[in-house]
Design a binder for this molecule. Structure first.
Ligand SMILES: [Zn+2]
Length: 130
């Protein structure tokens, strides 16, 4: 399975939500607050691993797989096969937010109304769009 031209957007949202995929669209929205928190308080490896895990998860949703548990298992398998059992990304794969329980301490339960689109995301597919 494959798809082209995914768009990544950042939005501040409640900290129990890492990212979401807009059903039927090519848009993935990631939680800006969480990304900033991890970037500012954790290692670069953890930050990159977290981003990979949530993007792989939402990517699988974007292929039309809606079942949450199935997506979690598939994300884990992809990371396991690519990085091995002991890699940070594999540890985050099944439940990325669960790796950072302190996120629940960030008192925020609002959705920001402004969005930041990440340019050059999924760039290799842009040539197909023209
Ligand atoms: Zn999900």
């Amino acid at each position: 399975m494959n798809r082209t031209g995914l768009n990544l957007i950042l939005q501040g949202m409640p900290s129990n939500l890492g990212a979401y995929h807009v059903l039927g669209s090519n848009i993935i929205v990631a939680n800006r607050y969480i990304l900033e928190y991890i970037k500012n308080t954790k290692s670069k490896e953890e930050y990159n691993s977290f981003i990979f895990a949530i993007l792989a998860h939402e990517y699988l949703h974007s292929l039309g797989i809606i079942d949450e548990n199935k997506v979690r298992k598939m994300t884990y398998k992809v990371c396991f096969d690519m990085f091995g059992k002991d890699h940070t990304t594999t540890k985050f794969a099944y439940n990325p937010l669960g790796a950072f329980p302190q996120l629940q301490m960030i008192s925020n339960n609002k959705f920001e109304t402004s969005f930041t689109q990440i340019k050059k995301f999924d760039d290799k597919n842009l040539s197909y769009i023209g």
